[in-house]
Write a protein that binds this ligand. Structure first.
Ligand SMILES: Cc1cc2nc3c(=O)[nH]c(=O)nc-3n(C[C@H](O)[C@H](O)[C@H](O)COP(=O)(O)O)c2cc1C
Ligand SMILES: CCCCC(=O)C(=O)O
Length: 359
């Protein structure tokens, strides 16, 4: 049966994937409270549409850090696409580029960043890739990988800051899934010293990473820096003061600290703290066009999706990712029309209201 929405793609992916790998993708930290909250918080928000506005058919395009995206939906960085499909990040890159949107390529990809960029370049004249970085205490490696991302044409660095330690995933513990299967490598890590080249076990998620490392990144690269995973309003404010260019409001899909708030619930607090001085993106639980519009209403310039892309990839490779992105695009356009908006910039805060019970 052909999936008609993102949730049905998840069901299809589940049928196709090794159950251990499905658990890695779907799972989250400890009691998985935050990952569930990300989705259920959208249910608690109602859309209150405007009528009779005579709005034109919506145009979805947005500008993010100087790059044009054909819709306010980009791809969150997710590791290990080869677990989902043999074409791995190559397929994802082609689908994102063909959709005219931004792929945030994960440092822990199973295809090298140069090859991801080359693949995107095959289907679009000017594709936009951003590079997600886990700052490594090995500063030589960190600088070298930033240079690789620059040379590959990445237009921003997305620095993940919610991971001073690895989240505790009990599904992975139960399945004894702690490494990539033989033959799969983190292709960006071949130069990281400290173990078998390309092994994910070499990655250090260190509590010693601090604002000083961000300052250092700012010195060594002209690329805009997006901070991914700062949820506290005080950190959001510090980020703006430190010259960070954008924030991706994220709780890592519930995979780091369990019981963090749903991102859509936290977004208004972050928006209030930054006072429009930098653009905000949001990820976590976005599964419908209505979710996209709610995030725009509460202060996001765009959203990002993690698992939906993996479900599309696992279900049907590049075509599956394309279908997922096009479903979300169509649903977003439809929602905007029903709300009386002719585009993302017409979405205002008053279109969203919190409701007490779930629908
Ligand atoms: C399987 C998987 C792997 C991920 N890998 C990374 C990663 O390497 N770096 C990172 O910053 N975030 C990673 N994330 C978090 C995503 O970037 C994103 O924050 C999250 O998936 C968004 O929530 P959603 O899956 O509900 O859309 C990963 C998420 C998943 C599900
Ligand atoms: C060291 C593996 C981290 C990958 C990741 O960020 C995730 O699975 O959420």
């Amino acid at each position: 049966m052909d999936p008609v929405n993102v949730r049905e793609f998840e069901a299809l992916a589940r049928e196709r994937l090794d159950p251990v790998h499905y658990d890695y993708f779907a799972g989250a930290a400890q009691d998985e409270i935050t990952v569930r909250a990300n989705e259920s918080a959208f249910v608690r928000l109602a859309l209150v549409p405007r009528v009779l506005r005579g709005a034109a058919a919506p145009a979805l395009d947005v500008t993010l850090l100087g790059a044009d995206a054909s819709m306010p939906i980009v791809l969150s960085p997710t590791a290990f696409h080869r677990l989902a499909h043999p074409d791995a990040e190559r397929a994802t890159a082609r689908a994102a580029a063909a959709a005219g949107t931004i792929m945030i390529a994960a440092m822990l990809s199973t295809v090298a960043i140069e090859d991801i960029a080359a693949e995107a370049g095959k289907v679009a004249a000017d594709p936009t890739l951003w590079f997600q970085l886990y700052v490594q205490p090995d500063l030589g490696f960190t600088e070298a990988i930033v240079r690789r991302a620059e040379a590959a044409g990445c237009r921003a660095l997305v620095v993940t800051v919610d991971s001073p330690a690895l989240g505790r995933h009990e599904r992975n513990d139960r399945n004894a899934f702690h490494d990539l299967p033989a033959g799969m490598r983190c292709e960006n890590l071949r130069e990281l010293r400290g173990g078998e080249p390309g092994s994910v076990r070499q990655v250090v998620l260190s509590p010693e990473i601090s604002w000083r490392h961000l300052d250092r990144l700012r010195e060594i690269t002209p690329l805009p820096i997006v901070l991914k995973g700062a949820l506290h309003p005080l950190d959001a404010r510090l980020a703006v003061e430190r010259g960070i260019d954008a924030l991706l409001v994220s709780n890592h899909g519930g995979r780091q600290l369990d019981t963090m708030p749903a991102t859509i619930d936290q977004l208004p607090f972050v928006a209030e703290a930054v006072e429009g001085r930098v653009p905000l993106l949001l990820d976590g639980g976005v599964r419908r066009g209505t979710d996209v519009v709610k995030a725009l209403a509460l202060g996001a310039r765009a959203v990002a999706v993690g698992r939906p892309v993996l479900w599309g990839l696992a279900a049907d490779g590049e075509a599956g990712v394309t279908r997922v992105l096009e479903m979300l695009r169509a649903e977003t356009a439809h929602t905007l029309t029903l709300c009386g908006c002719d585009g993302p910039s017409a979405v205002t805060r008053d279109l969203v209201r919190e409701v007490r019970c779930c629908h």
